[in-house]
Design a protein around this ligand. Structure first.
Ligand code: HEM
Length: 127
């Protein structure tokens, strides 16, 4: 899919704004028990989404694959579930299906990225 690079980076920046607001809230209000959730919003949400977007930009053949849109959806749904689960655990310490399922879906989305990179990135790259 074309323009997936920009979509990914836009979503990454939305995660960044959300993570920053969350960090400002937890720091300002003294809710340090949520620091781990904040870190995952910024790192899985902003850093990894932006990195994936840059990879789709650098290797356009990856974005043209039919797998690409599914990779984006699986990864973003996975981290959304994982982050909801992290927030729930930071809140009350109880295990949650969100974290368990979100972890697996996130790993699957990342494995799809690995597959795309290994099979498609060799044919064409931006200088
Ligand atoms: C407006 C921007 C941000 C604010 C206000 C903010 C605020 C905070 C606060 C208050 C803490 C807890 C510190 C403590 O436990 O003593 C924290 C931890 C952390 N932040 Fe941020 N942060 C911001 C941006 C970011 C970004 C952009 C990243 C990564 C890309 C990041 C990654 C982390 C990490 C890894 C931790 C440690 C988490 C842990 O100890 O479990 N933060 N941040």
């Amino acid at each position: 899919m074309q323009k997936l690079d920009r979509t990914y980076i836009t979503v990454g920046m939305i995660w960044l704004i959300a993570g920053m607001i969350f960090g400002a809230w937890l720091g300002g209000s003294g809710h340090m028990n949520f620091a781990n959730s904040h870190a995952h919003i910024n790192l899985l949400g902003f850093v990894v989404s932006t990195l994936f977007g840059l990879l789709y930009w650098a290797f356009p053949a990856m974005a043209r694959s039919k797998v690409a849109m599914w990779q984006f959806l699986v990864y973003e749904i996975g981290i959304l579930m994982l982050i909801i689960g992290k927030i729930m655990i930071d809140n009350d310490g109880k295990e949650t299906i969100f974290l368990q399922l979100g972890s697996v879906v996130t790993i699957v989305g990342t494995a799809m990225m690995l597959y795309l990179f290994v099979t498609k990135s060799g044919s064409e790259a931006r200088a």
